[in-house]
Design a protein around this ligand. Structure first.
Ligand code: NIG
Ligand code: FE
Length: 387
């Protein structure tokens, strides 16, 4: 593989403290890529020789987006449920069981095809690292199958067997918890890096969530939690107590939750696509940022609460609806996502990092929120290869 110089970059977002401001900006910059990694970053006029040159034409370049929360392995859609919500129905998570039925009935090839289409859709919008959860199989075989398929697309795979208690176990949730902790975890483990629990009224309570997270940790998986989405609850504090990498949603927070996050290395991952699509109040991002909490932005792409794969859309929502500055939103969608996945090789532009870059059709990162809904992604380089 030959080296590639991305040259004539008007504004380079590095997320490296050696650059200017929150985003580590560099002007009139160039990036040398060699064997899928960034080999050098510096001013254009000092750029080293390379086998090939890509002229960014003065545009903005930033690290590929890191979408640290997505549910991509499913069949069917729930457009009618969305329409009903827009007519006033509340979101309860009850529709998850509809998708479970459709997913169980789908063939491997159908699930592989639909997952691949969503991964491509995300890549076209700048996402170069994506986490993919199971959670619409909810049997030992179907959860393992969904993770096996997810693993074909990403190394960031998450067992979400504890999404909801499936109908066949409705009378005995603890029996289902035992199944998740025993045979499901064993069958999923070869394909899963993480374990996640939907800790929420109507899904799994604190004791059940702790039991599942403990079993996952004992099996060597990293921990993630869906917490405090639909109401106040124990999810955030449990995630911090267990040392989870991330607690996701964080829509309904008490002061204790914010204090717990402020003193921990658990990332608060905000999913504004879910609030958009469920017409719910947005999380208070300012309160978290002002308390010093590391915030990530992710899509939560799923057929129920947030059927978008677009990180630029989430950035625009975060700025307009959650009062994040454009720089905070871009940082959360790149470096924040990397922190939520405990990765230091993505979400940054510096020597040694993966050569995952977005070239915008715009002179500055500000345009991502300033021009919502406009396809501003000119080129995506993934592992140094233009897509
Ligand atoms: O993160 N909260 C639980 N799970 C998903 C929604 C899944 C669905 O509605 O199908 C979420 O929003
Ligand atoms: Fe989710």
């Amino acid at each position: 593989m030959s080296s590639l110089l991305v040259d004539n970059i008007g504004e380079l977002v590095t997320n490296d403290p050696s650059g200017e401001g929150l985003l580590g900006l560099r002007r009139k910059a160039a990036v040398l890529i060699d064997r899928g990694r960034i080999a050098w970053v510096g001013p254009s006029f000092h750029a080293p020789a390379a086998d090939r040159r890509y002229d960014a034409g003065g545009a903005a370049v930033l690290p590929g987006f890191v979408d640290s929360h997505a549910h991509l392995v499913f069949a069917g859609d729930r457009a009618e449920e969305f329409a009903a919500r827009m007519a006033g129905e509340p979101y309860t998570g009850g529709g998850i069981r509809t998708t479970v039925g459709a997913t169980r009935s789908a063939t491997d090839d159908e699930l592989r095809g639909s997952t691949g289409r969503l991964v491509d859709e995300a890549l076209g919008q700048g996402t170069t690292t994506i986490e993919i959860k199971s959670g619409y199989g909810l049997t030992v075989e179907d959860e393992a199958r969904c993770l096996r398929i997810a693993r074909e697309f990403t190394e960031e795979t998450t067992l979400l067997g504890a999404h909801v208690v499936p109908a066949e176990h409705a009378g005995n949730p603890w029996r289902y918890v035992s199944m998740v902790c025993g045979p499901m975890l064993a069958a999923a483990k070869p394909y899963a890096k993480w374990i996640d629990v939907f800790c929420e009224r109507g899904a799994f309570d604190e004791d059940q969530a702790r039991t599942i997270l403990t079993a996952g940790r004992d099996a060597g998986l990293g921990l993630r939690v869906h917490g405090n989405q639909l109401g106040p609850g124990p999810g955030v504090r449990l995630a911090v107590e267990m040392g989870a990498a991330s607690v996701d949603h964080c829509t309904h927070l008490a002061d204790d939750d914010v204090d717990a996050l402020a003193g921990a290395d658990t990332v608060a991952t905000l999913l504004p696509g879910a609030e958009f699509s469920t017409r719910s109040p947005y999380p208070d991002a300012r309160r978290l940022l002002d308390a010093g909490v590391t915030v990530a932005l992710a899509t939560d792409c799923n057929p129920g609460s947030s059927y978008t794969s677009s990180m630029p859309f989430c950035i625009a929502l975060a700025v307009r609806e959650m009062h994040m500055t454009p720089a905070e939103a871009v940082r959360s969608a790149t470096l924040g996502g990397a922190s939520a996945l405990r990765r230091d090789d993505v979400g940054v532009v510096r020597a040694g990092a993966r050569a995952d870059l977005i070239v915008l059709d715009a002179p500055s990162h500000l345009h991502l929120a300033y021009r919502p809904g406009v396809p501003l992604i000119r080129t995506v380089l993934h592992d140094g290869v233009p897509r």
